[in-house]
Design a binder for this molecule. Structure first.
Ligand code: PMP
Length: 429
């Protein structure tokens, strides 16, 4: 429910709005703020929700199957932890791998292993391909793009719709280019625009013809249980749909507890077909004898089961919801009906995606920085940091206190009003 960008203002109204914005901006700069909306980090109060973890495990050091978690081994991770996350991640526990604190590491390592060793179904390893490309629904997550860039993987932007990536574009591209080996997907409460993939989108991703026999969907379900409303979004089961459509090895599923327990000391997951899991574990085992199973056991004691995870996420929601509500209220009050911006009202996840007038995002971010409000660089939501519209800004409301957040978003709206009205007046001249 974003308000549409439309040229709703007359020239006189525009000049009045610009003058007010200028005064507000001078006042803002005088306040000398130092606020940070750059990254989607849990707040200290959110981390405190998991404080008990630091005293666990108390029930002993042994896993359900008798494994001594203090010792080597257990490459796939504790079975009881994989059981807990099997439902939320829609992967049978036997096909899940539980690892260390970062799912991004699992994504990185999946790419590296595919470069160095042929994937199931591949003619050769990716390093021996003349060229590798990934589809990147935009706006998207900058670390996905940076990971690919680091290995020289070409990034091809694909527009997002309210139902996920534009599947007409995706189907056409993957059918016609065997060098397109993957697509980045954040299927639930996506980073940054909060979109949940529709069932038909997931079905088409699972069923589409790909020229590459070793095409992979990087299904980064980072926000699987991160609801902000009573309506818990459900997405279609990508693993099951791919198998039903004869493409069992197509999806790599990722997830973590980074925004459930501790962002720096949680547990992460990789899930896929039995063939891909065997491939992944074979390579993982060259670099480790096993994960930190004590931390995994700690998480099992703390979260207990899927219901325990959901109950814990309800507590996060109590802390996060007022912040997202504040963002929505301030954006609506200051920018609603002006035609100067539109924004997402996410039902989950960690971000609000703000679209300003074409050609204004960089200048808004620069003006905000001058007023002491740090925003994610404009363009970060696009491959190579290049937003061709220069219109998208990602807002991360989780970390600041409510008071700081309100000051930062109010300040941001001043910058949007100033930059947009100046641009419209310049265009009119
Ligand atoms: N994927 C997405 C979509 C994210 O937004 C984030 C964190 N911002 C991550 C992955 C990072 O996950 P992890 O902490 O498990 O490495």
């Amino acid at each position: 429910s974003a308000s549409a960008i439309s040229p709703a203002l007359s020239g006189d109204e525009l000049a009045v709005l610009r003058d007010r914005a200028l005064r507000d901006y001078d006042e803002l700069v005088r306040r000398g703020l130092s606020l940070d909306l750059t990254r989607g980090k849990p707040s200290p109060a959110q981390l405190d929700l998991s404080a008990e973890l630091l005293t666990l495990p108390v029930k002993g050091h042994h896993a359900a199957d008798g494994t001594d978690t203090r010792n080597y081994g257990g490459l796939q991770g504790l079975a009881e932890l994989r059981e807990i996350f099997s439902g939320p991640l829609q992967v049978p526990a036997a096909q899940l791998v539980a690892g260390g604190n970062s799912s991004l590491t699992f994504m990185h390592d999946s790419v590296v292993h595919a470069l160095l060793s042929p994937l199931p179904g591949a003619a050769r390893r990716w390093a021996d391909e003349p060229r590798i490309a990934f589809l990147c629904p935009v706006p998207g997550y900058d670390r996905h793009f940076a990971l690919c860039e680091r290995f020289g993987i070409e990034l091809i932007p694909v527009p997002m719709t309210a139902e996920g990536p534009d599947m007409d574009v995706v189907e056409r591209l993957v059918a016609g280019d065997a060098q397109i080996k993957g697509i980045w997907c954040v299927p639930k409460y996506s980073n940054p625009d909060g979109v949940c993939y529709g069932d038909e989108t997931v079905r088409r991703l699972a069923a589409m013809e790909t020229a590459a026999p070793d095409f992979r969907i990087f299904w980064d379900n980072a926000y699987a249980v991160h609801h902000l409303t009573d309506t818990h979004a459900e997405i279609a089961d990508v693993l099951a749909l791919c198998a039903e459509n004869g493409n069992p090895d197509r999806p790599f599923v990722f997830g973590s507890t980074s925004k459930i327990t501790f962002a720096g000391a949680g547990v992460s997951f990789f899930g896929s077909s039995p063939a891909n899991v065997a491939w992944f574990l074979g390579h993982l085992g060259k670099g480790t004898i096993g994960p930190d199973k004590i931390n995994q056991l700690r998480h099992v004691e703390f979260l207990r089961d899927e219901a325990g995870v959901l109950e814990h996420m309800r507590r996060h929601r109590e802390l996060l919801r007022p912040k997202f509500d504040a963002v929505e209220a301030i954006l609506s009050k200051e920018l609603g009906g002006t035609g100067l911006a539109s924004w997402s009202t996410p039902a989950g996840g960690y971000f609000v995606s703000l679209d300003v007038l074409e050609g204004c995002a960089r200048e808004v971010v620069r003006r905000a920085a001058e007023a002491g409000i740090a925003l994610t660089p404009a363009g970060a939501t696009h491959p190579y940091g290049d937003d061709p519209r220069d219109g998208n800004i990602r807002i991360a409301p989780s970390y600041p206190s409510l008071e700081e957040l309100e000051a930062a978003i109010t300040g941001l709206t001043v910058c949007v009003r100033l930059v947009a009205t100046e641009k419209l007046l310049a265009d009119a001249r």
